[in-house]
Design a protein around this ligand. Structure first.
Ligand SMILES: C[S@@+](CC[C@H](N)C(=O)[O-])C[C@H]1O[C@@H](n2cnc3c(N)ncnc32)[C@H](O)[C@@H]1O
Length: 446
């Protein structure tokens, strides 16, 4: 159990295992982080006499083992491996990380393909299954399926035994298309939309523009059409993208499911990041399916939450209603937060909304919220927080690039949120890094 609390902290770091025990590797692989093994030569011969209980002895042994492993990463047989000028060599600084980065796209594409072909759904219904059985069920070649399943096993998404393949707990929790915390639609958005956009990253960087026309406008690349809007029409890349998404009900539901899953996995940590018990009403602007609203209602039984979103989203939000008493606290109101009167509330919420826009549009929205929010009211912003130097954490930096390429939006640091929010009369701007995929920033209307 303790391991699962540590895993989120490991996911975006380089993880080195100081022991080579297959069982430990299996556990870590199933839990998610990618790692390399550098077996430690520490003898594990510390005296037990100096420890009153086994725990401090195990801790010290683990520490010494790790330290020896770290030392041996830079040394071979006790001798530093550097060139005559003291520069690192391939022995002291192996190319493992670079090679992993090169392979990153293959890993993503294997995951996308397995999800698209519903491999994890097939193995939820019946497992273990041989590659031939899975191939038959997903209507694919046996050879190709076997390769894909082996990659999934190497990635910790499948277990492979003599009896065949089965889902690991990680796949069961997040990759089934209808799981409660499913990220399946989020994966599919990456396959169908983000992937084509990132194919034109060089153009996006060179031209500093969104690449919708190239990425989605080309024939046959995807079923989502991208409608170019004339310059000066006041429409942003995001308007065009969502308009084209929301014109097709299946694509709209896929987008809603993607947002739902992505928010749901962080909703508890976000809802409890601050003490919100002083608020009695909240309005989640662009709150989509209500994933955060329901969790807030669960955590704060005295809170009434209004989810405000575009009419085409609200009409299908009912598909995501959970069972439980908190549903009575949540209501849905259709509208456009740039044009319509905002519902009254003493806490406003913007979850993954500000990152869709550059500063000028963010200011427009914040100025409308500021006018609706009474003194003493709050504004909760839920996004991935960038470090102040904007060079980390990696998931936030990548999301920022993603938002730029798709919409000319971006992620922001706490000081950037502070100056945006202070410009609209919000003070006491503070942040909590939740340790999950979304962070929380709370400000008070002066
Ligand atoms: C990226 S999604 C985030 C959804 C949800 N807040 C979450 O965190 O999962 C942005 C949401 O803002 C909504 N939205 C975009 N423009 C809007 C507008 N002008 N008025 C109301 N909602 C809008 C979209 O429909 C979508 O549900």
């Amino acid at each position: 159990m303790g391991l699962f609390r540590v895993i989120p902290k490991l996911l975006h770091n380089r993880v080195v295992m100081a022991g080579a025990a297959p069982r430990h590797q299996h556990i870590l692989r199933n839990a998610g982080p990618r790692f390399t093994v550098v077996p430690s030569r520490f003898q594990e011969n510390l005296s037990k006499a100096s420890s009153p209980t086994p725990f401090p002895w195990s801790m010290e042994t683990a520490k010494q083992k790790a330290l020896e492993g770290v030392r041996s990463m830079h040394q071979k047989h006790g001798k530093a491996v550097e060139d005559a000028d003291g520069n690192p060599t391939v022995q002291s600084l192996p190319p493992t990380v670079i090679l992993e980065l090169i392979d990153g796209f293959k890993v993503s594409k294997a995951l996308f393909t397995a999800c698209k072909m519903k491999v994890f759904d097939v193995l939820r219904d019946e497992a273990p299954l041989s590659a031939a059985d899975v191939a038959r069920k997903i209507d694919a070649s046996e050879g190709g399926t076997g390769q894909l399943l082996d990659v999934c096993a190497a990635l910790g998404l499948l277990d492979k035994t003599e009896g065949g393949y089965s889902n690991t707990p990680l796949a069961t929790l997040y990759l089934l298309s209808d799981g409660e915390c499913s990220l399946h639609s989020y994966v599919m958005i990456h396959e169908e939309v983000i992937w084509p956009f990132f194919s034109y990253l060089d153009f996006a960087v060179q031209e500093g523009t969104v690449q919708g026309q190239r990425a989605l406008g080309t024939a046959g690349r995807t079923t989502i059409r991208y409608h170019p809007v004339p310059e000066g029409s006041g429409h942003s890349g995001e308007d065009q993208y969502q308009e084209s998404f929301y014109q097709n009900r299946e694509k709209k539901l896929q987008f809603m499911r993607a947002m739902h899953g992505h928010t749901k996995v962080a909703a508890r940590q976000v809802s409890t990041a601050f003490d919100l018990s002083g608020f009695t009403s909240a309005c989640d602007l662009g709150g989509s399916t209500g994933a955060l609203a329901y969790e807030l209602a669960r955590q704060c039984p005295g809170l009434k939450v209004t989810v405000f979103d575009l009419p085409e989203v609200i009409e299908d939000a009912v598909c995501f209603q959970p069972h439980g008493p908190q549903t009575g606290q949540v209501s849905f109101v259709p509208g456009d937060f740039f044009r319509d009167t905002l519902p009254e509330a003493d806490l406003y919420i913007l979850g993954k909304v500000l990152h869709n826009w550059p500063d000028d549009k963010a200011h427009q929205l914040l100025s409308r919220i500021s006018r609706s929010c009474k003194p003493g009211g709050g504004l909760l912003v839920v996004e991935m927080l960038l470090d102040e130097d904007k060079a980390g954490p990696l998931p936030a930096v990548l999301m920022s690039l993603n938002m730029t390429v798709l919409f000319q939006g971006r992620e922001r640091s706490l000081s950037e949120y502070r100056s945006l929010l202070q410009a609209h009369g919000f003070t006491d701007v503070r942040a909590v890094r939740t340790g999950t995929i979304l962070d929380a920033v709370l400000a008070t209307r002066a």
